[in-house]
Design a binder for this molecule. Sequence first.
Ligand SMILES: Nc1nc2c(ncn2[C@@H]2O[C@H](COP(=O)(O)OP(=O)(O)OP(=O)(O)O)[C@@H](O)[C@H]2O)c(=O)[nH]1
Length: 297
Amino acid sequence: MMNLQRMSCHDFQCGLIVTDLVERRIVFSNHYIESLLGVSNITDPLTRIDQLLSRASTIIIESYVMPILIHEGHCEEVQVTIQNAKGDKVPALLNARVDSAEPIRVYWTITSAVQRDQLYQELVNLRNQLEQKAERLEQLSQTDELTGLLNRREFVVRANRCIKVSERSKRQLSLLMFDIDHFKKVNDTYGHDVGDYVLNSLGLLLKANCRETDHVARMGGEEFAILMPDTTVDAALIFANRLLELVCQIKIENTVLTMSAGIASGYDREFDVLFKAADIALYQAKASGRNKAVIES
Ligand SMILES: Nc1nc2c(ncn2[C@@H]2O[C@H](COP(=O)(O)OP(=O)(O)OP(=O)(O)O)[C@@H](O)[C@H]2O)c(=O)[nH]1
């Protein structure tokens, strides 16, 4: 065990500095401070404690620590930056206490906070990583893996939100349901991979041609849906016909892709009602020859 009688301030594993109150000139510092700064001796009576700190830290001392010290007599756990002899910045934790006996002295303790800073940085990094993962998970839970479009669950959530807005504004929205014609034949003739490629290409085509305010989803299999806020049934029909023309551009060898569409519109209809109406219209489009868009009757 260490002989307590022979222990001196230099044995402490924290920095000790004694200064006067007004000018903060150093009258004593221990070895820890010297090793923190990378100098052999700083007990030069002309050295002020501010000279050991970064510019920002001297402002903190002047505007925050000193008023508290004068008012309360002590100030704890202030994060400062020490500038060492090499010019490196070392994060440190500072405590100070005033001894009012004449001559008035301030006792400063300074400990390196490098590890604390590293720990803090690690926590910040970890938090960022978790946030990114949570974002990614949220995205995965909302989208269809093959096309990157919304999945059915997220589509229904957003559609219900849009319906509420349209109920208030009394502005029509339109739901467009469409389904690739004879898609089974594509799979059977060219294989499932080509079928996937077609679905993916259609996803890209829809993303490129829909408005940012539209909600586009793959509802399952080869069935897609677009919810268009603030869109009348006539505008929806024009848009649906444009998509029918565009989808012909996706060709697999000699097969030209077509699709059928059903449209339902309104501003005061529940999602299930709107969905059913668009689905029936889609069925009518299929039943009456495919490659067309039909408005609900
Ligand atoms: N490649 C691929 N095919 C899928 C996927 N999901 C569903 N399908 C296929 O889509 C086809 C849908 O076939 P049907 O429901 O008979 O429809 P269809 O052949 O398009 O006929 P109509 O809709 O009546 O014009 C089936 O062969 C499914 O296996 C998928 O993720 N990838």
